[in-house]
Design a protein. Structure first.
Length: 117
């Protein structure tokens, strides 16, 4: 099983990034996909969630209206479009796959997003 994040980096305040998470080794279309983040000195926090078929999404309050989660089950990939980024969005972002019926979950290794001028 692998979850490999990409697309992170350094961006100026107000800018945009799109994170990708490519999955392999499990039946991607059966899993809820989530993004979490962890800022320095803070606990890991939920960012966004998308249902297995992609028809339902949820967002943490700090990112509502700025971030969009989506998925392509044919490519076994989940995305996080991040717009109007601010320094408080600086964190390591993690991809997570959850099989709700069994509570089995997998984590990616994380990718750094830094918002700074």
């Amino acid at each position: 099983v692998q979850l490999v994040e990409s697309g992170g980096g350094l961006v100026q305040p107000g800018g945009s990034l799109r994170l990708s998470c490519a999955a392999s080794g499990f039946t991607f279309s059966r899993y809820i996909m989530r993004w979490y983040r962890q800022a320095p000195g803070k606990e890991r926090e939920f960012v966004a969630r998308i249902s297995s078929a992609g028809g339902s999404t949820d967002y943490a309050d700090p990112v509502k209206g700025r971030f969009t989660i989506s998925r392509d089950n044919a490519k076994s990939t989940v995305y996080l479009q991040m717009n109007v980024l601010n320094p408080q969005d600086t964190a390591v972002y993690y991809c997570n796959a959850l099989r709700a019926v069994t509570s089995l979950e997998y984590w990616g290794q994380g990718i750094q997003v830094t918002v700074s001028s």
